[in-house]
Design a protein around this ligand. Structure first.
Ligand SMILES: O=C(COP(=O)(O)O)[C@H](O)[C@H](O)COP(=O)(O)O
Ligand SMILES: [Mg+2]
Length: 479
C-alpha cells in the first residue's frame, strides 16, 4: 500500500474504519456482491472517508457509530476494498447475506442505490458495475421464458425479431389500434408492443383493445401463415388490476406464446417485475425501462449504469429489457454502455465495465457439463433437469428512433442478431403507411442477411426504396 493510501486510512474515524479493508484477501470468495462506484466527495470528507460513509449507509450503518452494534452485525458491514484516486473509483463488497432471502432484487437496490444517492457527502456517486457470485446467483429466479422460446414459437432464427410500437403513442381507439397491429403483421412483422403508457384509457378501453388485437392477430396469422406476438402493457395501479389484465389476455383465447406481458419496470417497480416472472413462467416478461434516464444518463453524476440496470433485470427474471440503440437511434447511448449491457445479459459470461460476469457456476472449460449444445449457442443455458447450472439469458430489446435504414448500422455495433427490435416512427412514418413500412423493415433485414447493401437491394424492392428516401430526407430536415 502506498503512502497516500496510508494517509487516507489514518484519516478515517473509528466508525469509518469498520467499513474499509483495502487488504480484503479474496473479494470473489462467494460471500460478497461486488460493486464499483464513481465517487466524488461532496462535503468535508476525502474520497476514502466518503466511500466509507457510503459503505456504512448502504449496509449496516448511519452517520454516527451506534452503541447497538453487535459482533455479528459488524460482520454484515459493507467494505471498501479498493480505490483508484486518479479515476475517482471505489470498489465496495457487500456481504450478500444482508439481502432479503427469496431472491428479492428490489431489496438489493434499496441498499446499494438507496439512501446513498441522497447523501451530502457525495457530489457524484454512480454505480458502474456489479458482480454476482455463483452462490448468490443461484438464489435468484433469472428469466424463465426466453427469446429462444419466442423464436421457437415464431419459427424465426438467425435474425432479429422484427417489431413495432403502435404510434401515435396514444389517442387511437381500440379498433384503430388493432388495425395498425394488423397492418404491421400483414406486412411481415413479427412482434407488436403497446407503447409504455397504454393502459385503460377512456377512448381505448383495455378489454376492447385486447379483443380487437386478438381478431387482428388471427386475421394476420390466417393470411400470412406466420405466427405473431403482441406484448401487452400490464402495468397498473395495484397488484389486483395488474393480474386482472394478465388474466384478461390469457382468457381472450390467445395461443400461448403469442402474447408477452410488458411491465414499466422502473415506474411500476421491481416487485411488479418479479411478480410477473413468478406467476407467469411461461410468458415472455418484457421490461420497459421508461425513466431509466434519470439514473443512467452519463451527464447525471448520480445513479447507475445501463449495464447495472440490465444485469438486475436478468437477475429479477425479465425475459427481455430495453438496452438502447448505442447512439444509432434517438436516445442517448453509446456502444460502451449499450452494447456492453446487451452482451452482459445475453451471454453466459461477458466482460462488463469492470467485472467479468459468469452466469453459471460451472467453469467455462466444462461446457458439456452444462448441456451447451455447441460453441455457436454458448449463451444458451440448457437446463436438462431441475439442478441449477446457470441463469438463462435475458433478451436485449432495441428501440428508440430506429428505422429500416438504421438496422444494419445497429447490427454492426451490436455484433450479433439475437435481439428484438421495435421501431415506431421507423415503420409508421413510411410514406406508404404501416404495412409498407413493415415490408421495408423485412426487406432491410433480408438485405442484411444476404450481405447486399440496402441501396442496391432497394432496386426491385419499392418499399425499401421509399423508406431510404423518406428517412434520409427526414434525418436531414431534422438536422
Ligand atoms: O416508443 C419507443 C420508441 O418509439 P420510436 O421507434 O418511434 O422512437 C420506446 O418506448 C422508447 O424509445 C424506448 O427507449 P429505450 O428502448 O431506449 O428504453
Ligand atoms: Mg415507447
Amino acid at each position: 500500500m502506498n503512502s497516500i493510501h496510508d494517509d487516507l486510512i489514518r484519516s478515517l474515524n473509528s466508525k469509518q474504519e469498520a467499513y474499509v479493508n483495502l487488504e480484503l484477501p479474496d473479494p470473489t470468495n462467494g460471500e460478497y456482491l461486488l460493486s464499483v462506484f464513481h465517487l466524488v466527495p461532496g462535503g468535508k470528507f476525502n474520497v476514502l472517508q466518503a466511500a466509507a460513509e457510503v459503505a456504512a449507509e448502504s449496509s449496516t450503518g448511519t452517520n454516527f457509530k451506534v452503541n447497538t452494534e453487535t459482533s455479528f452485525s459488524k460482520t454484515m458491514n459493507a467494505l471498501v476494498y479498493q480505490i483508484d484516486l486518479e479515476r475517482e473509483l471505489v470498489w465496495i463488497a457487500y456481504p450478500w447475506r444482508l439481502f432479503d432471502r427469496g431472491g428479492n432484487v428490489q431489496n438489493i437496490l434499496t441498499y446499494i442505490v438507496g439512501n446513498i444517492l441522497g447523501m451530502k457527502e457525495v457530489a457524484a456517486l454512480k454505480l458502474l458495475d456489479v458482480w454476482f457470485s455463483p452462490s448468490m446467483l443461484e438464489q435468484y429466479d433469472g428469466p424463465s421464458y426466453t427469446v429462444d422460446d419466442m423464436r421457437k414459437y415464431l419459427d424465426v432464427y438467425e435474425r432479429p425479431i422484427l417489431g413495432t410500437i403502435v404510434k401515435p403513442k396514444m389517442g387511437l381507439t381500440s379498433a384503430e389500434y388493432a388495425e395498425v397491429c394488423y397492418d404491421f403483421w400483414a406486412g411481415g412483422g413479427d412482434f407488436v408492443k403497446n407503447d409504455e403508457p397504454q393502459a385503460n384509457q377512456d377512448f381505448c378501453p383495455y378489454d376492447k383493445m385486447v379483443k380487437h388485437v386478438k381478431e387482428a392477430m388471427d386475421k394476420a396469422v390466417r393470411e400470412t401463415g406466420q405466427k405473431k406476438v403482441h406484448s401487452f402493457n400490464v402495468s397498473a395501479a395495484d397488484f389486483d388490476t395488474m393480474i386482472q389484465r394478465c388474466e384478461m389476455i390469457i382468457n381472450a383465447g390467445f395461443e400461448p406464446g403469442s402474447y408477452a406481458f410488458l411491465i414499466d419496470g422502473i415506474t411500476a417497480g421491481w416487485t411488479a417485475v418479479q411478480t410477473l416472472r413468478r406467476r407467469y413462467p411461461n410468458v415472455f416478461i418484457h421490461f420497459h425501462r421508461a425513466a431509466h434516464g434519470a439514473f443512467t444518463r452519463p451527464e447525471n453524476p448520480l445513479g447507475f449504469s445501463v449495464l447495472v440496470l440490465s444485469k438486475f433485470a436478468r437477475l429479477a427474471g425479465a425475459s427481455g429489457i430495453h438496452t438502447g440503440t448505442a447512439g444509432v437511434g434517438k436516445m442517448k447511448g453509446t456502444p460502451e454502455e449499450d452494447v456492453v449491457a446487451a452482451h452482459g445479459i445475453q451471454y453466459l459470461s461477458s466482460e462488463g465495465h469492470f467485472f467479468k460476469q459468469a452466469w453459471t457456476k460451472i467453469p467455462e472449460t466444462d461446457k458439456d457439463a452444462i448441456g451447451l449444445v455447441n460453441e455457436d449457442v454458448a449463451h444458451h443455458v440448457i437446463l436438462e433437469d431441475d439442478s441449477w447450472r446457470g441463469m438463462k439469458k435475458c433478451c436485449p430489446i432495441v428501440s428508440g428512433g430506429l428505422n429500416p435504414v438504421r438496422l444494419k448500422p445497429f447490427i454492426d455495433v451490436m455484433g450479433n442478431v439475437d435481439f428484438i427490435t421495435t421501431m415506431g416512427s421507423g415503420v409508421h412514418a413510411h410514406p406508404g403507411g404501416t404495412q409498407l413500412g413493415a415490408r421495408a423493415l423485412v426487406q432491410a433485414c433480408d438485405a442484411y442477411l444476404k450481405g447486399i447493401d440496402i441501396q442496391e437491394y432497394s432496386r426491385g424492392h419499392e418499399e425499401l426504396a421509399q423508406a431510404i428516401e423518406y428517412f434520409a430526407k427526414a434525418s436531414k430536415d431534422a438536422m
